[in-house]
Write a protein that binds this ligand. Structure first.
Ligand code: SF4
Length: 289
């Protein structure tokens, strides 16, 4: 039996940084409430780690980050997540005199800066993103010249000024390529800024390069993690003969899925803790012994 963990695995640099910032803030302020506004990362196991350290997560998918501030005590320290946030969030926190730490991933900030520059030049920005995803919400909040385009449901207006296309950092290159080619055909004059981050690309490429002999691929990650969902889609399309299962952790492994197999691969999202992937490997081994 061959079990292959696809590299890289464990937190990406942005998630590692955000987790470290949150844990260090709590360590330095044991007597003070430390609150994450929204999900620091889309992974239950990572959120449990924060909770064990005494850090509260305030999240409600039906409320905006600004609305969630109502639930924050004025003496708390707020951590803003790796996905980015709107300027209104910082304004509201400042207005209420609530201290905050910005854990936005530097790659997300890079994308936001490209958008801000384009908008300052009076250009329209076509942002390829997932509706209601926090990273997309943060990008859209920059200006009403930033337009959300969902790759699976492209709707274009007739007139954009010198449009720039840019995407959420966690999409698959092929999904974006098809959408960009469609937009180029429709609008003719459009420029494109690369924004898919390395952490996403490397994980996607590992799946694309995985042997076609693999019989089962586990994609390990949070149900709401966009980069994990993308990995699942890539695994399914590049390995149609293999069974592809998305799981959150080792508890989701079913022995009957493993019986009779010779080759299993484990892919994992950028917000999946390293230990969770190793536990998946160990569980497979123990179930087959
Ligand atoms: S997936 Fe990329 S953009 Fe997102 S947090 Fe990780 S490094 Fe940053």
């Amino acid at each position: 039996m061959k079990i292959e963990i696809l590299e890289p695995f464990g937190y990406c640099a942005g998630v590692e940084r955000a987790m470290k910032m949150a844990l260090e803030v709590k360590k330095a302020h044991q007597d003070q409430e430390v609150v994450v506004l929204g999900m620091l990362v889309h992974n239950e196991d990572a959120l449990n780690e924060l909770s064990k350290a005494g850090i509260t997560t305030i999240y409600d998918e039906n409320k905006s980050l600004v609305e969630l501030i109502d639930k924050v005590d004025n003496n708390a320290i707020v951590i803003l997540t790796a996905h980015g946030h709107s300027l209104a969030v910082e304004e509201e926190l400042n207005h209420r005199n609530i201290k905050f730490i910005d854990a936005t991933c530097p790659f997300v900030t890079l994308t936001e800066n490209v958008i801000k520059k384009a908008v300052s030049e009076n250009r329209d920005v076509l942002y390829l993103g997932k509706k209601n995803h926090p990273e997309a919400n943060a990008a859209l909040s920059i200006s009403n010249k930033v337009h959300l385009i969902e790759p699976k449901n492209v709707h274009l207006e007739e007139k954009y000024t010198n449009p720039l296309v840019i995407s959420q950092t966690t999409f698959s290159e092929s999904e974006i390529a098809q959408t960009i080619s469609f937009i180029k055909d429709a609008l003719k004059e459009v420029s494109v800024s690369e924004s898919i981050c390395q952490a996403s690309t490397l994980r996607q490429n590992a799946l694309k390069n995985l042997s076609k002999d693999v019989e089962l691929i586990y994609v390990v990650g949070g149900k709401n993690s966009n980069n994990t969902k993308t990995l699942f889609e890539i695994a399914s399309s590049t390995h149609p003969k293999a069974k592809v299962l998305m799981i959150e952790n080792a508890n989701d492994i079913n022995k009957k899925d493993l019986l009779g197999l010779n080759y299993i691969a484990i892919s994992s999202g950028a917000s999946t803790p390293r230990e969770i992937t190793l536990e998946v490997e160990n569980k497979i081994k123990s179930l087959l012994n």
